[in-house]
Ligand binder design. Structure first.
Ligand SMILES: [Cu+2]
Length: 121
């Protein structure tokens, strides 16, 4: 009986808002969910400046040129601060999972004229 009570308590805690997943999550282990989108970075641009994914899906950016770039989120649902990704060298990738619907706008930190957005449905 005691086991049952603590199991119920545990489930209640897990569903509390304090345990909600962050609206964006950097995926470093290659285990992104199926689906989602890819964005190539080339010629000082995000080649697909706007992509649409479903909540829970990920977007992977690949830098295809020698000049380093990154993905720096300025605004998005649930983001209380900017989220600056690491600089990517040629062929390096960066994957982020989006958990909350809405529009996430980003730039490249050293090249703020490089802009893109992810729309999460
Ligand atoms: Cu850049």
């Amino acid at each position: 009986m005691r086991t049952l009570v603590s199991a119920t308590l545990c489930l209640t805690l897990l569903s509390a808002p304090a345990f909600a997943a962050d609206s964006i999550q950097v995926i470093t282990d290659g285990n992104a969910a199926a689906g989602g989108a890819t964005v190539e970075i080339a010629k000082m641009k995000f080649a697909t400046p706007e992509v649409t994914v479903k909540a829970g899906e990920a977007v992977t950016w690949t830098n295809t040129e020698a000049l380093p770039h990154n993905v720096h989120f300025k605004t998005g649902p649930g983001l209380t601060e900017e989220h600056e990704g690491p600089m990517l060298r040629s062929k390096q990738t960066y994957t982020v999972q989006f958990n909350e619907p809405g529009t996430y706008e980003y730039i490249c930190t050293p090249h703020p004229f490089m802009k893109g957005k992810v729309v999460v449905e």
